[in-house]
Design a protein around this ligand. Structure first.
Ligand code: NAD
Length: 539
């Protein structure tokens, strides 16, 4: 195995830095334009005239793009163009395909960085740092490491044995047909990776971006085209998910889906694929990363200041809209007595507002539906005897969809906000007696259907091991003395099991392997000329 790439360094955008000035100028430029976003099918721009807008969540009166939506005819064309493009894409070979995505990474690390970061800040309401770790660094890492992994497993998958007279080999074929990439709003990197990972190994794709991130995702589509992606290999198709699946699953060449989003949508999709099976040429690959109810469990012997920081950052960065965000915490009485006030005090210092104002730690939630859903959880908690809102709770959607960082303290560990995914800046804390650590681990394991991320805080190895074993299936990404967010490609491959997904670990070879369907080849050099076997001979 050759030497592997390094993780992309994170720019810090400190006052006076060149990157800060460049990003601010780009934000201003993008604020001053309204982009017409077409569908892109077989490399052609299609302006359908059936449009919806993209607004800035922290300033929702401001339109940044008009999106031309695909209807059934364009969806059918996109699927067919992906199928038509596959043979030439495969002929190009792994090395040339990998080079295109490495070029994508170089463009994103250089001249495209500010454009993509600014689009993500405006379209998804991320601060500069949150955009940088997502849209720039994580995606650069996905592209570089995936190319590295693909080269290596192509060699590793060759047969170990070729006896005398035989040559064995494995052809690493991609899936036959097109892959649907159905992508979430919250990470630009995830959207582009869901689309490009199957394509790197020879599949072709139809990409349906989330209705809330078309502007930033379009910039990434343009970047891939600028890097030399041939027409038809990825077809960019803003449209309704329902219409997409109606048309795509009726096409016998549907070969798989690479999904990230909510559990309910993924489960519905899986059921519809099951119904479509009799009409399909292949059994499709179904890869999906879905919701979470990510936990922090503290032991009485934990580092209290470390816990405070992890709860604040883990719960409230990007407004809690990370699938990995901490949203339930189990804190022993002695620790809670020490950190409750300072935690609320620190949360009181958080500034919320426009992503273009770099002093804001938090920005807006993604849209009115999210605002209503999250504020509904807060209002219901307010009305419950078992719950107390100890900090935050304020919501204001007059200019942007702003929700204060909120902590609900509850005496009921199964109360609604302790077990359901809220996907907003709301942390619920259950305070437990100091001597019930093992019971609390069991409660944590059993309380929620999800199993995405989680953290244990303790300073003793024995307690950490107890939690490690008790929570084996409670999280696909497990953190010791850290917040449960911020997985890095090639360091903590990401994914969860149970209701959180198929755990195919984006940013690792495990994910890429789902998009291949190898052909085993035996070449016989000494061709048998006699059909009988020795045992048939008479004594
Ligand atoms: P979502 O489920 O609303 O949408 C995801 C995608 O599915 C979008 O492109 C959407 O348009 C599409 N979709 C919606 N209905 C559909 C249908 N009937 N048929 C086909 N496609 C349909 O999710 P979201 O709000 O964009 O993202 C937030 C969710 O994603 C959260 O639940 C979060 O936990 C999850 N998420 C998980 C991970 C992970 O790695 N586990 C990462 C990011 C986000």
């Amino acid at each position: 195995m050759g030497s592997h790439p390094a993780n992309e360094p994170i720019l810090n955008f400190a006052p006076g830095s060149a990157e800060r000035a460049e990003l601010q100028a780009e934000l201003k430029r993008q604020m001053g334009e309204v982009v017409e976003i077409p569908c892109i099918i077989a490399g052609e721009e299609i302006f359908t005239g059936n449009t919806m807008t993209q607004v800035i969540p922290h300033n929702h009166g401001h339109i940044i793009a008009n999106v031309h939506l695909a209807g059934p005819a364009e969806i059918a064309d996109a699927c067919n163009s992906a199928v038509a493009a596959q043979a030439a894409w495969l002929d190009l070979g792994l090395e040339a395909r990998a080079a295109i995505f490495e070029h994508c990474a170089d463009l994103l690390a250089g001249e495209w960085r500010a454009r993509v970061n600014a689009a993500t800040m405006l379209n998804q309401s991320k601060n500069a740092f949150q955009a940088e770790i997502d849209a720039a660094c994580e995606l650069i890492d996905f592209w570089r490491f995936n190319a590295f992994y693909a080269r290596n497993f192509h060699a590793d998958l060759q047969p170990l044995v070729s006896p005398q007279g035989v040559e064995n080999s494995t052809e690493i074929r991609p899936l036959e047909g097109f892959v649907l990439a159905i992508t979430p709003f919250n990470f630009s990197s995830v959207a582009a990776n869901l689309t490009s990972a199957p394509v790197l190994v020879g599949c072709t794709s139809v990409w349906k971006p989330s209705r809330n991130s078309v502007h930033s995702n379009y910039a990434l589509m343009r970047l891939m085209m600028a890097a030399g992606l041939p027409p038809g290999v990825i077809n960019f198709l803003p449209c309704s998910g329902q219409e997409l699946t109606d048309v795509a699953l009726a096409n016998p060449n549907f070969a798989g889906v690479h999904f990230t989003g909510s559990t309910a949508v993924f489960q519905g999709l899986w059921q519809r694929i099951g119904q479509a099976l009799p009409n399909l040429r292949s059994y499709p690959r179904i890869v999906g990363e879905t919701g979470g109810k990510d936990f922090v469990v503290a032991h009485p012997d934990c580092d209290r200041q470390g816990l405070l920081v992890a709860l604040l950052r883990g719960s409230f960065e990007y407004q809690g809209q990370k699938c990995s965000a901490a949203s339930r915490a189990y804190v022993p009485q002695s620790v809670w007595a020490a950190i409750k006030e300072p935690l609320c005090e620190e949360i009181g210092k958080i500034k919320i507002g426009d992503a273009g104002d770099f002093s804001n730690f938090m920005n807006a939630v993604i849209d009115q539906r999210a605002f209503d859903k999250i504020s509904g959880y807060i209002e219901r908690a307010r009305g419950r005897d078992c719950c107390e809102i100890i900090v935050g709770g304020g919501c204001d959607d007059s200019v942007g969809w702003f929700i204060e960082p909120t902590i609900i303290e509850t005496t009921d560990p199964k109360s609604e906000s302790m077990v359901e995914e809220i996907f907003g800046p709301v942390l619920t804390v259950f305070v437990y007696p100091d001597d019930e650590f093992e019971e609390i681990l069991q409660l944590c394991d059993e309380s929620s259907p999800y199993a995405l991320t989680g953290s244990i805080f303790s300073s003793s190895e024995e307690n950490i091991q107890t939690a490690f074993e008790a929570l084996r299936y409670t999280a696909g990404n497990f953190y010791i003395n850290d917040k449960p967010t911020g997985a890095v490609v090639a360091q903590q491959p990401f994914g969860g099991a149970r209701a959180s997904g198929t755990n195919d670990k984006a940013g690792s070879p495990l994910n890429l392997l789902r998009w291949i369907s190898p052909r085993s080849v035996k070449r016989t050099l000494d061709i048998p000329q006699e059909w009988t076997y020795p045992f048939l001979a008479e004594d």
